[in-house]
Design a protein around this ligand. Structure first.
Ligand SMILES: NC(=O)C1=CN([C@@H]2O[C@H](COP(=O)(O)OP(=O)(O)OC[C@H]3O[C@@H](n4cnc5c(N)ncnc54)[C@H](O)[C@@H]3O)[C@@H](O)[C@H]2O)C=CC1
Ligand SMILES: O=C(O)CCC(=O)C(=O)O
Length: 422
């Protein structure tokens, strides 16, 4: 157990280190001095909390939680909360930096934030999860709020958890405060289109990337790692557009059918944690899934999946990163050498935070939009962001990850400079 935790922390150190390396490269290319990098390489604020939770058997368990605020020069910080057994402080730091980059890329008036709790919600009851969610908000309430730092869903959190968090925050502040959190149920001020927004954004990036590579979506073979919020909506959208989804996976294994999986059946049978492979006898591993012969590969689960150990064996022509941090720097280098087009996480997965921003805007103005309005606005933002970064990468002869970081840091760096921080 101790060994597993240490090896996870080592992986997360690499995730943070790699992110810092690309930020440094991006700032150098943009001509910023070293002090700017010193400011950007870590969150400006990092809170660790201990959350006592009364369990159903009467015992009390103490959980560890984090909230990182990377940079608030542009505006309040924003980003999801992850409930996962392997959450670490380093991982949350890296995730908060990626949120800042996403906000820059899709030009939102935010900096990046991120939270996490070390827990396994799959082993907790509904009421234990409610007590944990409320306890987390009580613990971080002084540093969050609609004009300070706005949480949202991420791995193993959902609209129900957002609803409990909102209710707890509103009780503490003694007024209804829907703009405190996004990804809420519609009846509590959630936005149409938020649930599917991350996958919608990924679908738009796949379409744009396929055009560049001359791949027709109709009949294209798609493999998706992860069948939760991002992965399952994506499978549906790709299937609806005539692509052949030949592989999907969850935390326990993967399914493969070269003729295309029965996506409607899988969507119907998946549980709320994105698990579905437990219903099948014949499965393959997540590693085998990534190496399947396909046109488009979408990692939509966790970090560090495409590495120097497997990148050479990846057969996809396009890799679109729905997950945060699924490809290491070595993995990126190997895929780039093989002429695989990588659409980086900070661009591909930015649809979620974009519609979260729309949700917050609707909460602030108290006037709500239709799903069609939300989707039209998201389409415009994602197409522009994709082409902006693609053109920069071609113009500056850098890969799309570095181009995305260059776009992502620019506004934050300028705002920090105008404020006189650097
Ligand atoms: N939900 C959102 O709006 C956004 C999510 N993302 C990123 O997308 C990725 C997936 O997030 P969601 O779909 O929201 O989470 P989710 O909790 O809805 O689904 C997670 C999926 O990943 C699988 N998984 C978990 N641990 C795994 C492991 N060790 N190996 C293989 N599969 C594993 C689960 O079984 C499940 O199918 C994460 O990296 C998240 O940060 C990025 C932007 C926004
Ligand atoms: O919707 C949001 O505010 C944040 C989503 C998120 O956590 C992410 O993009 O990784």
């Amino acid at each position: 157990m101790q060994e597993a935790t240490e090896s996870k922390e080592k992986e997360n150190m690499n995730v943070l280190f790699s992110t810092q390396k690309v930020i440094k490269e991006a700032l150098d290319k943009l001509g910023y001095a070293d002090e700017m990098y010193e400011l950007m390489k870590e969150p400006i604020r990092m809170l660790t909390v201990r959350i006592p939770v009364r369990m159903d058997d009467g015992s009390t368990k103490i959980f560890t939680g984090y909230r990182a605020q990377h940079n608030d020069a542009v505006g309040p910080t924003k980003g999801g909360v992850r409930f996962h057994p392997s959450v670490t402080e380093t991982e949350v730091k890296a995730l908060s930096i990626w949120m800042s980059l996403k906000a820059g890329i899709v030009d939102l008036p935010y900096g990046g934030g991120k939270g996490g709790i070390v827990c396994d919600p799959r082993d907790m009851s509904f009421r234990e999860l409610e007590r944990l969610s409320r306890g987390y908000v009580r613990a971080i309430s002084q540093v969050v709020g609609p004009t300070k730092d706005i949480p949202a869903p991420d791995v193993f959190t959902n609209s129900q958890i957002m609803a409990w968090m909102l209710d707890e925050y509103s009780r503490i502040r003694e007024f209804d405060s829907p703009g405190f959190i996004t990804g809420k149920p519609i009846v509590l001020g959630g936005s149409h289109g938020r649930e599917s927004a991350t996958a919608k954004g990924v679908t738009i990036c796949i379409r744009e990337a396929a055009k560049k590579k001359g791949i027709d979506i109709e009949g294209a073979r798609v493999v998706i790692q992860g069948f939760g919020n991002a992965g399952s909506f994506l499978a549906k959208f790709m299937h609806d557009q005539g692509a052949k989804v030949i592989g999907i996976s969850d935390a326990y294994g993967a399914l493969h059918d070269p003729d295309g999986l029965d996506i409607e059946y899988l969507l119907d049978r998946r549980d709320s944690f994105g698990t579905v492979t437990n219903l099948f006898k014949e499965t393959i591993s997540n590693q085998e899934l990534l190496e399947l012969d396909c046109d488009i590969l979408v990692p939509a689960a966790i970090e560090n999946q495409i590495t120097e150990a497997n990148a050479a064996n990846i057969k996809a022509k396009i890799v679109v990163e729905a997950a945060n941090g699924p490809t290491t720097l070595e993995g990126t280098r190997i895929l780039t050498e093989k002429d695989v087009l990588i659409v980086p996480d900070v661009l591909a997965s930015a649809g979620g935070v974009t519609v979260s921003y729309f949700e917050w805007v609707q909460n602030n103005q108290g006037y709500y939009w239709t799903e069609e309005e939300v989707e039209a606005k998201l389409e415009k933002v994602m197409v522009q962001a994709f082409n902006n970064i693609y053109n920069l990468s071609r113009g500056r002869k850098v890969n799309m990850r570095l181009a995305a970081y260059m776009v992502g840091v620019r506004k934050m760096a300028e705002a920090s400079r105008f404020r006189g921080w650097v």
